[in-house]
Design a protein around this ligand. Structure first.
Ligand code: PEP
Length: 234
């Protein structure tokens, strides 16, 4: 499972262009991309009838009500979105996302038929002070309290590896993913994210208990995202 997180990138023309290029090169590859929210409807229309899936970068937990600026699982389902990234470190850092709201959002997704991709990850100072596992455990606790682990997709994304070109080592990934597997289920899909590109994808995805990748920068161009997916499928 390879998911491209486009973050706040690509206006309409680029979004459609990259989607068309992905569709043309997709073959049997399993791929999803998460465009900006305002383009989700258009993106879903463009990929209809193809194997390319569309994910949202966020969703609110309530189905309706006085929550200015938010959108619900129902709104995403109506467009044809099939998954939602929840609790990305940028949302935790810039938009006050908490592990409790991540848990509620994940539950809303599962209740409404969307696959939640729950992002977790420690900062550099937390890793350097030996607290990485503790942080991950704390981020996961509220999520696992109200959600069946086998239904979740969990993306381990060390914050210090996101957008930095600095990859976690295979040993670091293996250690954390083994820990995550022990705390979840054999059926939980565990993704790794953090500076994955076409050159390191095969190595990262070869690590035990890594079931896929969440890709930021290298997902913006179809060529590199397809190269990652191909490297993995080999
Ligand atoms: C991300 O934002 O989820 C991510 C993994 O970004 P990048 O691949 O650019 O490190």
């Amino acid at each position: 499972m390879i998911i491209g997180n486009w973050k706040l990138n690509h206006l309409k023309a680029q979004t459609l262009e990259v989607l068309d290029q992905l569709i043309a090169g997709l073959g049997d590859l399993e791929l999803a991309v998460a465009p900006v929210v305002t383009l989700l409807g258009l993106a879903c229309e463009r990929v209809r009838g193809t194997k390319l899936k569309i994910a949202a970068q966020n969703v609110f937990y309530a189905s309706h009500g006085a929550y200015t600026g938010e959108w619900s699982v129902g709104h995403l389902k109506e467009l044809g979105v099939s998954m939602a990234i929840i609790g990305h470190s940028e949302r935790r850092q810039y938009f006050c996302e908490t592990s409790e709201s991540v848990a509620q959002k994940s539950k809303a997704c599962l209740d409404g038929g969307l696959t939640p991709i729950v992002c977790i990850g420690e900062s550099l100072s937390e890793r350097e002070s030996g607290k990485a596992r503790q942080v991950i455990e704390k981020q996961l606790e509220p999520v696992l309290k109200i959600n069946p682990p086998e239904k979740l997709v969990i993306a381990y994304e060390p914050v210090w590896a996101i957008g930095t070109g600095k990859n976690a080592t295979p040993e670091e990934i293996q250690e954390m993913h083994a820990f995550l597997r022990a705390h979840t289920s054999t059926k939980t899909r565990l993704l790794y994210g953090g500076s994955v590109n076409a050159n390191n994808a095969a190595q990262v995805l070869g690590v035990p208990n890594v079931d896929g990748a969440l890709v930021g920068g290298a997902s913006l161009e179809a060529r590199s995202l397809l190269a990652i997916a191909r490297a993995v499928s080999k």
